[in-house]
Structures are given as C-alpha cells and as structure tokens.
Design a protein around this ligand. Structure first.
Ligand code: CA
Length: 227
C-alpha cells in the first residue's frame, strides 16, 4: 500500500510515518498543500491522509481540487479539533472519512484499512442494462450506440429503473420515487410515462428491455422471463 501523508507538523508526521512503516506501508510526505496536490496528481496512491490546517493551501482546498481533477483516491482527513463544521466541510469536499487529533495510531490504521476495502468512488457513474447506457452526470442515454432524447421526467423514470435492474417495481414504488404528492390519484401517469419510455428505448429493436409484469408493475431487464 502506498500512502501520501500531507502534514506540516514534524511530530505528527514522524508519529504517523513510523506507525505506517511498521505495517510496511510505503509513505510519501508533503509538508504543504501545494506540494501535496502535486504529489497526489502525479502518483497513483492507494490512500491520502490529509491534514486540514496546512501552509500554502489548506487540506479542504487541496481535496476539492483533487476531486475536480477526477482523482478518486480515498482520503482520510485529520482535523485539529473535533468540530462539526470541519467534518461537514471535509465530507462535502469529498473526504471519505475523518479523524480528530489527537488519536491513537491503531484507530488511524483501522480507518485506513476500512477505506482501502471500499470500492472506488464513482464520480461519473454509467448505468448499463444490456446495450442501454445512461451517463447520469451528463444526462445522456444511448441504446446500441444511438443517442436517445428523454424529457427530464422520462430520464428520472429510466434512471430509477436502471438503478434497480431485473427487479419488479410496482406502480406505487415508481410513483413515490418519481412523482410528488400532487400527482397522487392520477394512477395512470406511471403507465403513460412507461409508454413514452418504451417508444423511445424499445421501438424497432429485437430485444425489448422494458417489461410489463401483469397486475404488478414493470421491470427493466434483458430477459422477459427473468425473476
Ligand atoms: Ca497542520
């Protein structure tokens, strides 16, 4: 495991490096935010340990720049005080976890191990069911390589179906997730929009993806008979 530590206090740096070396993690150290950002952008680390209070560029700025560059390396933030503001700002800036100083080394190690077990953060998730693809961040849908134009409501409906592939979703479930309370009572609105969506994604193709489960609801699946 290769870890980047961005920390300006020599005592803290030594404490962390010594502990990580003992468990055979390779550690690079940057003593200010600008150097830390350079290192983080130029090497592929397994995790970053980032202090908030740093010279030149603080840890939160560094973190935002890193995430803006699309770097998804897990980040453990070190906060000087256990203050809610720091934690909230840190998590909003893209930190995966935080640890308030002072801390015991075994806790740092445990949190680091937990971060390394997590699947990488997906900044731009692409949802896929058979040859249907949705780029959620850029709001683009393709089927078999051809772009499909959807209204915002159709997009929301398809996103919900694509996030639950192969599951039977009842009209009530779909209603609750896609429409607000104003629409309750207009029970056929789900069927109407499923109809719109079906015309856009399934018309003229050999294998329809959007299936009606009679009396229950709908399912998005490459196979008609899949449970
Ligand atoms: Ca510091």
């Amino acid at each position: 495991m290769r870890v980047l530590l961005v920390e300006d206090e020599p005592g803290m740096t030594q404490f962390i490096c010594q502990g990580l070396n003992e468990v055979s993690y390779a550690v690079d150290v940057a003593v200010d935010g600008c150097t830390g950002l350079d290192y983080a952008l130029s090497s592929d680390y397994d995790a970053l340990i980032l202090d908030i209070m740093l010279p030149k560029m603080d840890g939160l700025q560094l973190l935002r720049k890193l995430r803006n560059e699309g770097i998804t390396t897990p980040v453990l933030l070190l906060t000087a005080r256990d203050e809610v503001d720091d934690r909230v700002q840190g998590l909003d800036a893209g930190a995966d976890d935080y640890l308030a100083k002072p801390f015991a080394f075994p806790e740092l190690l445990a949190r680091l191990r937990a971060l390394l077990r997590r699947p990488p953060l997906q900044l731009n998730p692409i949802l896929q069911v058979a040859d249907l693809e949705m780029d959620v961040a850029n709001r683009v849908v393709h089927r078999d390589g051809k772009q499909i134009d959807l209204s915002p409501r159709e997009f929301a409906l398809l996103e919900y179906l694509m996030r639950h592939p192969r599951q039977i979703l009842t009209r009530d479930q779909i209603m609750e997730h896609i429409w607000n309370a104003d629409f309750y009572g207009e029970s056929n609105v789900v069927d109407v929009y499923i109809g719109y969506l079906r015309r856009k994604i399934d018309q003229g193709v050999d294998k329809p993806l959007l299936h009606t489960v009679r009396g229950v609801g709908y399912r998005l699946s490459a196979r008609q008979d899949e449970a």
